[in-house]
Design a protein around this ligand. Structure first.
Ligand code: ZN
Ligand code: FE
Length: 255
Protein backbone atom coordinates (compact mmCIF):
# COMPACT_ATOMS: atom_id res chain seq x y z
CA UNK A 1 0.00 0.00 0.00
CA UNK A 2 1.26 3.44 -0.89
CA UNK A 3 1.76 5.79 2.01
CA UNK A 4 0.56 9.37 2.20
CA UNK A 5 1.30 11.79 -0.62
CA UNK A 6 2.17 15.40 0.19
CA UNK A 7 1.78 18.00 -2.55
CA UNK A 8 3.56 21.31 -1.90
CA UNK A 9 3.14 24.51 -3.92
CA UNK A 10 3.74 28.23 -3.34
CA UNK A 11 0.90 30.49 -2.16
CA UNK A 12 0.75 34.26 -1.57
CA UNK A 13 4.22 35.83 -1.29
CA UNK A 14 6.15 33.19 0.63
CA UNK A 15 3.65 30.68 2.07
CA UNK A 16 3.43 27.05 1.07
CA UNK A 17 0.18 25.31 0.26
CA UNK A 18 0.24 21.70 1.46
CA UNK A 19 -2.16 18.94 0.47
CA UNK A 20 -2.00 15.63 2.32
CA UNK A 21 -3.57 12.78 0.36
CA UNK A 22 -4.39 9.25 1.49
CA UNK A 23 -4.33 7.02 -1.62
CA UNK A 24 -6.01 4.18 0.32
CA UNK A 25 -9.26 6.09 0.80
CA UNK A 26 -8.94 9.15 -1.46
CA UNK A 27 -9.28 11.55 1.48
CA UNK A 28 -7.34 14.80 1.23
CA UNK A 29 -6.55 17.47 3.80
CA UNK A 30 -5.26 20.94 3.16
CA UNK A 31 -2.84 21.99 5.87
CA UNK A 32 -3.95 25.59 6.50
CA UNK A 33 -5.64 27.75 3.90
CA UNK A 34 -3.24 30.50 2.80
CA UNK A 35 -4.85 31.00 -0.63
CA UNK A 36 -8.17 29.25 -1.22
CA UNK A 37 -8.39 29.60 -5.02
CA UNK A 38 -4.88 28.26 -5.54
CA UNK A 39 -5.42 25.37 -3.12
CA UNK A 40 -8.69 24.37 -4.81
CA UNK A 41 -7.04 24.53 -8.25
CA UNK A 42 -4.09 22.38 -7.14
CA UNK A 43 -6.42 19.77 -5.63
CA UNK A 44 -8.50 19.69 -8.79
CA UNK A 45 -5.43 19.29 -10.98
CA UNK A 46 -4.47 16.25 -8.89
CA UNK A 47 -8.00 14.85 -9.12
CA UNK A 48 -8.33 15.10 -5.32
CA UNK A 49 -11.31 16.37 -3.32
CA UNK A 50 -10.47 18.25 -0.13
CA UNK A 51 -12.33 16.53 2.72
CA UNK A 52 -10.62 18.20 5.68
CA UNK A 53 -8.89 21.43 6.67
CA UNK A 54 -6.16 21.06 9.29
CA UNK A 55 -5.35 24.46 10.81
CA UNK A 56 -2.11 25.04 12.72
CA UNK A 57 -2.95 28.52 14.07
CA UNK A 58 -5.26 31.47 13.62
CA UNK A 59 -3.19 33.85 11.46
CA UNK A 60 -5.04 34.93 8.31
CA UNK A 61 -2.36 33.46 6.02
CA UNK A 62 -3.21 30.08 7.64
CA UNK A 63 -6.96 30.17 8.33
CA UNK A 64 -8.16 33.03 6.11
CA UNK A 65 -9.18 30.70 3.28
CA UNK A 66 -11.22 28.31 5.44
CA UNK A 67 -14.66 29.71 4.52
CA UNK A 68 -14.03 29.62 0.77
CA UNK A 69 -12.72 26.05 0.85
CA UNK A 70 -15.58 24.85 3.07
CA UNK A 71 -18.07 26.51 0.72
CA UNK A 72 -16.52 24.81 -2.30
CA UNK A 73 -15.96 21.33 -0.83
CA UNK A 74 -17.92 20.89 2.42
CA UNK A 75 -14.61 19.99 4.10
CA UNK A 76 -14.59 19.51 7.88
CA UNK A 77 -12.31 21.88 9.78
CA UNK A 78 -10.10 20.75 12.66
CA UNK A 79 -7.78 23.07 14.53
CA UNK A 80 -7.13 24.98 17.74
CA UNK A 81 -9.88 27.15 19.24
CA UNK A 82 -7.94 30.33 18.38
CA UNK A 83 -8.83 29.80 14.68
CA UNK A 84 -12.11 31.58 15.49
CA UNK A 85 -10.12 34.82 15.55
CA UNK A 86 -9.89 34.66 11.75
CA UNK A 87 -12.57 32.17 10.68
CA UNK A 88 -15.47 30.10 12.03
CA UNK A 89 -14.81 27.98 15.10
CA UNK A 90 -13.42 24.62 13.81
CA UNK A 91 -15.90 21.73 13.61
CA UNK A 92 -13.57 19.95 15.98
CA UNK A 93 -11.38 21.89 18.40
CA UNK A 94 -8.04 20.17 18.97
CA UNK A 95 -5.79 20.13 22.00
CA UNK A 96 -2.51 18.43 22.91
CA UNK A 97 -2.52 14.66 22.45
CA UNK A 98 -5.66 14.52 20.30
CA UNK A 99 -5.64 12.20 17.31
CA UNK A 100 -6.93 13.25 13.91
CA UNK A 101 -7.81 10.73 11.24
CA UNK A 102 -7.63 11.26 7.50
CA UNK A 103 -8.78 8.01 5.93
CA UNK A 104 -6.16 5.46 6.94
CA UNK A 105 -3.76 8.10 8.27
CA UNK A 106 -3.51 9.22 11.89
CA UNK A 107 -1.95 12.45 13.12
CA UNK A 108 -1.19 13.28 16.72
CA UNK A 109 -1.65 16.87 17.87
CA UNK A 110 1.27 18.57 19.61
CA UNK A 111 0.62 21.98 21.19
CA UNK A 112 3.50 24.35 20.41
CA UNK A 113 2.70 27.78 21.90
CA UNK A 114 5.05 30.65 21.10
CA UNK A 115 4.33 32.08 17.64
CA UNK A 116 0.70 32.15 18.77
CA UNK A 117 -0.57 30.77 22.08
CA UNK A 118 -2.79 28.13 20.47
CA UNK A 119 -0.42 26.94 17.72
CA UNK A 120 -0.48 23.19 17.08
CA UNK A 121 1.61 20.76 15.03
CA UNK A 122 0.27 17.66 13.26
CA UNK A 123 2.59 14.67 13.65
CA UNK A 124 2.05 11.38 11.80
CA UNK A 125 4.36 9.06 13.76
CA UNK A 126 3.69 6.03 11.59
CA UNK A 127 4.78 7.90 8.50
CA UNK A 128 7.46 10.01 10.17
CA UNK A 129 5.84 13.20 8.91
CA UNK A 130 5.11 16.51 10.66
CA UNK A 131 3.30 19.69 9.62
CA UNK A 132 4.74 22.38 11.83
CA UNK A 133 3.07 25.58 10.58
CA UNK A 134 4.96 28.65 11.77
CA UNK A 135 6.60 27.03 14.81
CA UNK A 136 9.69 25.61 13.12
CA UNK A 137 11.18 26.76 9.82
CA UNK A 138 14.09 25.41 7.85
CA UNK A 139 17.00 27.04 9.74
CA UNK A 140 14.55 29.25 11.63
CA UNK A 141 11.53 29.47 13.88
CA UNK A 142 8.40 31.60 14.06
CA UNK A 143 8.39 35.07 15.57
CA UNK A 144 7.17 35.26 19.15
CA UNK A 145 3.99 37.24 18.57
CA UNK A 146 2.13 35.87 21.60
CA UNK A 147 4.35 33.55 23.63
CA UNK A 148 7.50 33.89 25.71
CA UNK A 149 10.98 32.64 24.78
CA UNK A 150 10.71 29.94 27.47
CA UNK A 151 7.42 28.73 25.96
CA UNK A 152 8.81 28.66 22.43
CA UNK A 153 11.96 26.85 23.53
CA UNK A 154 9.78 24.25 25.22
CA UNK A 155 7.68 23.90 22.06
CA UNK A 156 10.73 23.53 19.84
CA UNK A 157 12.17 21.02 22.32
CA UNK A 158 9.08 18.85 21.81
CA UNK A 159 9.74 18.85 18.06
CA UNK A 160 13.44 18.19 18.62
CA UNK A 161 12.51 14.97 20.44
CA UNK A 162 10.77 13.53 17.34
CA UNK A 163 12.82 10.94 15.43
CA UNK A 164 15.63 12.44 13.32
CA UNK A 165 14.16 10.97 10.11
CA UNK A 166 10.88 12.84 10.62
CA UNK A 167 10.10 14.83 7.46
CA UNK A 168 9.05 18.35 8.39
CA UNK A 169 6.80 20.59 6.32
CA UNK A 170 7.01 24.27 7.31
CA UNK A 171 4.54 26.90 6.16
CA UNK A 172 6.91 29.46 4.61
CA UNK A 173 9.93 29.71 2.31
CA UNK A 174 12.17 31.86 4.50
CA UNK A 175 15.25 29.69 4.25
CA UNK A 176 17.62 31.98 2.31
CA UNK A 177 17.42 34.73 4.93
CA UNK A 178 17.32 32.17 7.75
CA UNK A 179 20.57 30.65 6.46
CA UNK A 180 22.30 34.04 6.31
CA UNK A 181 21.25 34.74 9.88
CA UNK A 182 22.21 31.26 11.14
CA UNK A 183 25.70 31.69 9.70
CA UNK A 184 26.03 35.01 11.55
CA UNK A 185 25.75 33.26 14.94
CA UNK A 186 27.12 29.77 14.22
CA UNK A 187 29.65 30.28 11.40
CA UNK A 188 31.89 27.38 12.35
CA UNK A 189 29.15 24.77 12.29
CA UNK A 190 30.16 22.55 9.34
CA UNK A 191 26.67 21.03 9.08
CA UNK A 192 25.20 24.52 8.82
CA UNK A 193 27.71 25.58 6.15
CA UNK A 194 26.86 22.51 4.06
CA UNK A 195 23.11 23.04 4.62
CA UNK A 196 23.40 26.70 3.56
CA UNK A 197 25.22 25.70 0.36
CA UNK A 198 22.38 23.31 -0.42
CA UNK A 199 19.83 26.07 0.15
CA UNK A 200 21.64 28.34 -2.31
CA UNK A 201 21.70 25.64 -4.98
CA UNK A 202 18.01 24.84 -4.52
CA UNK A 203 16.79 28.43 -4.52
CA UNK A 204 18.88 29.24 -7.62
CA UNK A 205 16.73 26.64 -9.41
CA UNK A 206 13.54 27.77 -7.63
CA UNK A 207 13.27 24.43 -5.79
CA UNK A 208 11.56 24.58 -2.34
CA UNK A 209 13.83 24.06 0.66
CA UNK A 210 10.80 22.49 2.38
CA UNK A 211 10.52 19.74 3.54
CA UNK A 212 13.45 19.41 5.86
CA UNK A 213 14.04 16.82 8.61
CA UNK A 214 14.30 16.97 12.38
CA UNK A 215 17.83 15.56 12.17
CA UNK A 216 19.03 18.23 9.73
CA UNK A 217 17.48 21.00 11.84
CA UNK A 218 18.97 19.65 15.07
CA UNK A 219 22.44 19.88 13.54
CA UNK A 220 22.13 23.26 11.82
CA UNK A 221 19.18 25.36 13.07
CA UNK A 222 20.38 27.80 15.77
CA UNK A 223 16.88 27.93 17.29
CA UNK A 224 17.15 24.22 18.12
CA UNK A 225 20.68 24.63 19.43
CA UNK A 226 20.28 27.03 22.37
CA UNK A 227 21.79 24.34 24.60
CA UNK A 228 24.96 24.20 22.50
CA UNK A 229 27.87 25.58 24.57
CA UNK A 230 29.50 27.24 21.54
CA UNK A 231 26.33 29.10 20.58
CA UNK A 232 25.71 30.03 24.22
CA UNK A 233 29.24 31.46 24.47
CA UNK A 234 28.87 33.35 21.19
CA UNK A 235 25.77 35.23 22.34
CA UNK A 236 27.15 35.69 25.85
CA UNK A 237 24.91 33.46 27.96
CA UNK A 238 27.03 30.43 28.89
CA UNK A 239 24.93 27.76 30.62
CA UNK A 240 21.61 29.59 30.07
CA UNK A 241 19.43 27.89 27.47
CA UNK A 242 16.41 30.20 27.58
CA UNK A 243 18.51 33.39 27.61
CA UNK A 244 20.47 32.05 24.64
CA UNK A 245 17.27 31.22 22.76
CA UNK A 246 15.75 34.63 23.57
CA UNK A 247 18.92 36.42 22.48
CA UNK A 248 19.19 34.49 19.20
CA UNK A 249 15.51 35.23 18.46
CA UNK A 250 16.04 38.92 19.27
CA UNK A 251 19.09 39.08 16.99
CA UNK A 252 17.09 37.51 14.18
CA UNK A 253 14.34 40.14 14.61
CA UNK A 254 16.94 42.82 14.01
CA UNK A 255 18.96 41.01 11.33
ZN1 ZN B 1 1.73 32.73 11.54
FE1 FE C 1 2.39 32.26 8.43
Amino acid sequence: MTGPIVHIFPCLKDNYGLLLHDPATGETATIDTPEASRILAEAEAKGWTITQIWNTHWHPDHAGGNAEIVAATGAKVVGPREVERAAALPDRVLTDGDEVELGSLTAKVIETPGHTLGHIVFHLPEHKLAFVGDTLFALGCGRLFEGTPAQMWDSLSKLRRLPDETVVYCAHEYTTSNAAFALSVDAENADLVAYADGVKAKRAKDIPTVPTTIGAEKRANPFLRADDPKLQAFVGHPGDVVATFADVRERKNKF
